[in-house]
Design a protein around this ligand. Structure first.
Ligand SMILES: C[S@@+](CC[C@H](N)C(=O)[O-])C[C@H]1O[C@@H](n2cnc3c(N)ncnc32)[C@H](O)[C@@H]1O
Length: 245
């Protein structure tokens, strides 16, 4: 069971989301453990200060090194080493591949910044992976931390009602969490090329003149699978064309 430790100045903003829906239910059923830590508790002064003005001048405040460094050290003394992720707009873009790799981790630490970001010594004193949610700037790392947590938790065995839901999602390797071998032959399965999910339809059969494709009503599972593969592939082609690739 992965243990997520999320270091934030706003645990109260995260807790309600982490209690709801798939993630909340996974926590209740013991599939994932998620702990929120307010690193202000590691501040040294009576005002519980965690930020300060930047040396060299400039706008905004910078997160001081001591509370965060001492919080990480305290956590690792208690639990052992974590895979440490620093949420950063300039980090490596978060992908489904990263989410899949995180399902195999025992301990994951997600560090949420605020203000102008972190004192550089925090980055240098530990081995971090800097992860970005995309090329835009939020006011804090809390939404990225929730996105990473949810993307990982929904891949865990038993987290979704139907296991194939996550396996067949867009961008996935097509394998369930921890699944590395071909079920039929026992051979190591090569991950299929990245593919988008196919379009989905439900009731009503016709809506505003648009009918559900006949093949989906045919009961012919092989034909349905072929249609879905084709449409998923076309979606990928369409995106590559629109990106000029
Ligand atoms: C206002 S931002 C700091 C921006 C920083 N001065 C810069 O321009 O790169 C405060 C914090 O929000 C988080 N954050 C903002 N945008 C993010 C993104 N796209 N991905 C991940 N984290 C982000 C980071 O933790 C960051 O330290």
């Amino acid at each position: 069971m992965p243990f997520f430790s999320i270091l934030t100045l706003f645990p109260e903003a995260l807790e309600p989301y982490l209690r709801a829906s798939i993630v909340g239910s996974a926590r209740e059923r013991g599939l994932a453990r998620i702990e929120l830590i307010d690193f202000r508790d590691f501040a040294r002064d009576r005002h519980r200060t965690v930020d300060d003005r930047p040396f060299g001048g400039g706008p905004g405040m910078v997160l001081r090194p001591e509370p965060i460094v001492e919080c990480v050290e305290w956590l690792e003394r208690r639990h052992g080493e974590f895979r440490k992720i620093m949420l950063c707009p300039t980090g490596r873009p978060f992908t489904q591949g990263t989410a899949e790799s995180l399902t195999a981790e025992e301990r994951i630490l997600l560090l949420c910044g605020r203000y102008e970001g972190f004192d550089q010594r925090i980055a240098e004193l530990f081995e971090w992976e800097a992860i970005s949610l995309g090329e835009f700037v939020l006011s804090g790392g809390e939404l990225p931390a929730l996105a990473v947590t949810e993307a990982v938790v929904r891949l865990l065995d038993g987290a979704l009602g139907n296991e194939r839901s996550a396996v067949e999602d867009s961008f996935g390797s097509g394998r369930a969490a921890g699944e590395t071998r071909d079920g039929a032959t026992g051979e190591r399965a090569e991950p299929p090329p990245p593919i988008f999910d196919h379009p989905h339809y439900t009731r009503p059969r016709s809506y505003r003149g648009r009918a559900v494709p006949e093949v989906l009503l045919s009961g012919d599972h092989a034909a349905i699978a072929r249609w879905r593969r084709k449409r998923a592939h076309e979606r990928g082609e369409h995106l590559r064309e629109s990106e000029g690739k």
